[in-house]
Ligand binder design. Sequence first.
Ligand SMILES: [Zn+2]
Length: 239
Amino acid sequence: MASAFVVANFPSSDNSPSLLRHDDVVTLFHEMGHALHHLLSLVSENGVSGINGVEWDAVEFPSQFLENFAYEPQVLKIFATHYKSAETLSDDMIDKIKEVKNFESALGLLRQLEFSIFDFKLHQALHVGNEVQELLDSIREEFSLIKPPSYNKFQNGFAHIFAGGYAAGYYSYKWAEVLSADAFFAIVDEGIFGTKIGKDYLRIILGQGGSKSMRELYEELRGEEAKVQSLLRLNGIGV
Ligand SMILES: [Zn+2]
């Protein structure tokens, strides 16, 4: 039997129950995504059960997947009510929450691509002295819309890839988002609750843990690879 703990710091007050900001709800959904991935495993071999043994670039898939539902009216209206008046969050307000999330999302996406490609290329060859700056400049030439000033030395403090375990793996943030966005819309487009694809997700993605590669599991779920267009749609780009 598996157990999982979600440990979080949420606002507290003597005069009211803990009133979560939307950011907190997103965090709770995200961490619950990890917890459910672990708890709903059908695999009895510990090393590949739940989140164990899942590839680095797929382990954030179920968490980011669940996080996306924190912006869906059908989901928010179940629990997002005023703690005194019991008034439900309006459609207008939910639209605004989504709009704020997507504000300048394309710039954020470009920045993540710049970091990911820099990380990959930096690990493909030995770069000495000014070659590191030149490599980054050449990537920015292609991918960044707003160029940082020349005194910016972001590369010297890119701790994720030097001390954070993400060496040649920074792309995994975005790749897990592609998987999560694609699976999310597969379910949302069918109406969210009680869908066949939702049950398949439970059995295949949450159920199989690290017993197969995520590529195989995803193929089993969708019959095709995850589409990058789903991530753009999730970020409100080109829609
Ligand atoms: Zn996470």
